[in-house]
Write a protein that binds this ligand. Sequence first.
Ligand SMILES: Cc1cc2nc3c(=O)[nH]c(=O)nc-3n(C[C@H](O)[C@H](O)[C@H](O)COP(=O)(O)OP(=O)(O)OC[C@H]3O[C@@H](n4cnc5c(N)ncnc54)[C@H](O)[C@@H]3O)c2cc1C
Length: 509
Amino acid sequence: MVLDSEIKAQLNQYLQLMENDVLLKVSAGSDTVSKDMLALIDEIASMSSKITVENVLLPRTPSFSVNRVGEDTGVTFAGVPLGHEFTSLVLALLQVSGRAPKVDQSVIEQIKGIRGEYHFESYISLSCHNCPDVVQALNLMSILNPGITHTMIDGAVFKAEAESKNVMAVPTVYLNGEVFSSGRMSIEEILARMGSAPDSSELANKVPYDVLVVGGGPAGASAAIYAARKGIRTGIVAERFGGQVLDTLGIENFISVKYTEGPQLAASLEEHVKEYGIDIMKLQRVKRLEKKEFIEIELESGAVLKSKTVIISTGARWRNVGVPGEAEFKNKGVAYCPHCDGPLFAGKHVAVIGGGNSGIEAAIDLAGIVKHVTVLEFMPELKADSVLQKRLYSLPNVTVLKNVQTKEITGTDKVNGISYMERDTEAVQHIELQGVFVQIGLVPNTDWLGDTVERTRFGEIVVDSHGATSLPGVFAAGDCTNSPYKQIIISMGSGANAALGAFDYLIRN
Ligand SMILES: Cc1cc2nc3c(=O)[nH]c(=O)nc-3n(C[C@H](O)[C@H](O)[C@H](O)COP(=O)(O)OP(=O)(O)OC[C@H]3O[C@@H](n4cnc5c(N)ncnc54)[C@H](O)[C@@H]3O)c2cc1C
C-alpha cells in the first residue's frame, strides 16, 4: 500500500467529486520507481470507477498523463507525484474530470484566450514547498487551453536529465526548450511573463484612496482589512501577494492555529482581504513615493496612484553575501532555500554561509541529504541557539569554519568552489564544492523610498507608537520597520496599528 489509511480516506472523498471519466496513460519500465508509480496508480484507479488506465510509451519513463477520454490534455507527471506534489495529482484528476478550479473567472478567460503552442516542463523536488503552486498553475493552463502542455519532472528521478540542463534550483521551468523561470510563481505571474497580463492602463485612472497599502504580506493584508472595516476607500498594491509567508514551510506560532503552511496562510490572507471592497492591485512594483496635494505612489509601469494616507508594508528579502560569483551562479549552485533545493545536491559537498539560527537549521537539514556541509561564519563564534549548535556538532559530515570571510563563489557554468579568508591570519583558502546556501538574514525592501521618510542605518523605516513615519500621512508596518522582532503575528499587529493610526490621522486632517 503506497498511501496510508488517513490519506486514502481523504482521497476517497475527493475522488467522489470527479465529474467525468479520466484516462491515465502510463509509461512504465521494470525499475523500482516505475513499480512505485504503478502501485500508486493501481491504488488510485481502484478507488474510482471514473478512472481507467492504458499502457503507452511516453517520452519519459516512468511517467503518466492525465487525460479526458478521447482528448489528451497535455498534463504529465514524470516520476511519482507524492510528497508535496500529491495535491497536484489530486487537483489534476478533479480538474481534468471537469471540476471547476478555484481561480478567478478573469484568469480562466485569460488562459483560454492564449493563442499558440506552449510546451512547459517543470523540474521539481518532492520536498519543495514552492513547487506545487507552479505545477498546479501549469497543469490548469494545460487543462484549459489545447495549445498548452505541461510535464512535471522529478529531478531526483530524472537526475541525469536535470544535471545535463544544469538544473540546480527548483522549480525550474522550461518553455519550448528554453529556461522560462526559476522559483515560485503564481498563475498570474506566469501569465504576465508570457505577455498575457490584463490591461494595466486602468491603473492610471484610479480615483484617489483614503488609505493605500503598499505590500501584500501579513502586515499589508492586516492594514488593508482594518482600514476597509472603517468604511473608507482602501487599496492594496503588491508585487507578490502573501510576501515571505509564501516561502515558509511549517508555521507553528501563528497563535490559535497550531500548524499551518505558508502557501495556505497566504491564500487565507488574500481570501480575507477579498471579503471587503478593497481594490487589490497584484503584480505591481512600486518605485517612488512623493507628497504633493495627495501622497503619490508611482508604479514601475509608470502609473501613479494617489491617496490621502499610505501604509508602507514592503517587508524584507534574503540578504545577499555580495561577493563575486553570487549573482552569476544564482540557481546554478547558489541557493537560498534549503528545503526546496537541498535534494538536488544529494551526494554532493555544499557550503552554508551564515552561523545564525537559519544557517545552522539549514546545515542540519542539508547534512541529512548531501555528502558534506561546510558552515562559514564571519564572527569568532556561531550565533545560533545552543540547542541547534549541539545538534550540528553531533553530525559526522559537517565542518564549521569560524572567523572567516567569504571572498568568492567560483565556477564555470555552475558552482565549483568557494574562497574564504581566515580573518586572523588573512590567509585565503579555497574549497571545492558544488553548492552554496546563503543564510545571512534579511534586508528591508525600502531602497525605493530614498530620503522621503526617516530610516535607520539598516534601512528600516522609523515608526512611532501609531505606526506613523517622519512624513505626515505616511505610515509603515511589519518587517520593513524598526520593530525589533520580525514575525507574522507581529507584522499583522503592526499592520492593524498603522491602519488605525492612518484612520485617526484622516479624522483629524
Ligand atoms: C523562510 C522563512 C520562514 C519564516 N517562518 C516564520 C514562522 O514560522 N513564524 C513567523 O511568525 N514568522 C516567520 N517568518 C517571518 C515572517 O514571514 C515575516 O515576519 C512576515 O512575513 C513579515 O510580513 P510583512 O507583511 O511585514 O512583509 P513580507 O511578508 O515581506 O511582505 C512584503 C510584501 O511587500 C511586497 N513588496 C515588497 N517590495 C515592494 C515594492 N517595491 N512594490 C510593491 N510591493 C512590494 C511583497 O511583494 C510582499 O507582498 C519566516 C520568514 C522566512 C523568510
